[in-house]
Design a protein around this ligand. Structure first.
Ligand code: G6P
Ligand code: MG
Length: 216
């Protein structure tokens, strides 16, 4: 029986994935590394530091900066990102999400956030939905980020609900691998491989179909 759902944040609850992309792209411009949306797919779900390393590797610049300079770049990107998301509100919650959160609450299904973003609590506050969640995994407490399963396992431990009674929802390939390897049932949003149940967009995420797929 389904007891809990662990949600990714960026690209699932709200379209902040787009702002991460825009901010990294601006940083790329500053250091002469251009990339497109296809490359950006690789940055989804992974940490700030790992994202920077992938961008530097793309430009063959991994060795070009000291750790201090890399930290400065991450701060610069995060400052720009925070500026870009300053005005997000309830209206930026993706289609289908609020009715889903409401249905889960009515059916007494617990909810967790399993996001690599250190900005997650602030974003949930801005969206006005933080109170739906019983727990938020602190990404800095996780040894191995997505695609490793640690963050979804931590969500199950924090809720004290076995992974076999949980679903994870993700919009990134790294995230789907993470859910699958945690042995949770995976729900993917977008164009992804290996999700147990895949929907094209959050608008198609509804409580009854998710339960039907999970029980299948
Ligand atoms: C999420 C996003 C990534 C982002 C990461 C870290 O997983 O999908 O694009 O890089 O969180 O986010 P942060 O807000 O801590 O830089
Ligand atoms: Mg995401």
């Amino acid at each position: 029986m389904l007891k809990a759902i662990a949600f990714d944040l960026d690209g699932v609850l709200t379209d902040t994935a787009e702002y991460h992309y825009l901010a990294w792209k601006e940083l790329g411009k500053k250091i002469g590394i251009d990339f497109d949306r296809e490359f950006n797919e690789k940055l989804k779900g992974i940490s700030r530091g790992e994202s920077l390393e992938l961008i530097l590797a793309l430009g063959d610049q991994q060795k070009a900066y000291t750790p201090e300079e890399k930290t400065e770049m991450m701060v610069w990107k995060n400052d720009l990102y925070i500026e870009l998301i300053q005005n997000i509100t309830k209206k930026d919650i993706l289609p289908g999400i609020l009715p889903l959160l409401e249905a889960l609450k009515e059916n007494n299904i617990k909810m967790a956030i399993a996001s690599a973003s250190k900005n997650a609590p602030m974003i949930l506050e801005k969206l006005g939905i933080i109170s739906y969640f019983d727990t938020i995994v602190d990404p800095s407490s996780i040894a191995n980020g997505k695609p490793f399963p640690d963050i979804f396992i931590a969500a199950s431990e924090q809720l004290n609900i076995p992974v076999s009674q949980m679903i994870g929802i993700e919009d990134s390939q790294a995230g789907i691998t993470s859910i699958n390897d945690s042995q949770m049932f995976s729900v993917g949003v977008g164009v992804l491989e290996q999700a147990d149940y895949l929907v094209p967009s959050t608008a198609e995420l509804n409580f009854d179909s998710i339960i039907a797929q999970f029980n299948n």
